[in-house]
Design a protein around this ligand. Structure first.
Ligand code: ZN
Length: 77
């Protein structure tokens, strides 16, 4: 099911300090569901927007505030 989001390396969880588990946290309209995988050295999480859209988001974009919703104009609840 999650393979539909993005094909990536989910064989092993990265370790700290590179990997910070932010599962369960909320960033703007995005709630982090779980660790998704790595792609090009970046760590992705499965997020669910308030509108119900599920998407893979880079962990650093969540933490630095650049990812807050599923798309720029999302305002649906
Ligand atoms: Zn949305």
């Amino acid at each position: 099911m999650m393979a539909q989001l993005l094909a990536m390396d989910t064989r092993e969880r990265p370790s700290r300090p590179q990997f910070i588990d932010i599962s369960g946290q909320t960033f703007g309209r995005l709630k982090v569901i779980k660790y998704h995988g790595r792609r090009n050295g970046k760590i992705y999480f499965v997020c669910e927007c308030k509108c119900g859209t599920k998407l893979a988001v880079m962990g650093e974009q969540l933490r630095n505030g650049s990812a807050k919703k599923c798309r720029a104009k999302c305002t649906a609840e």
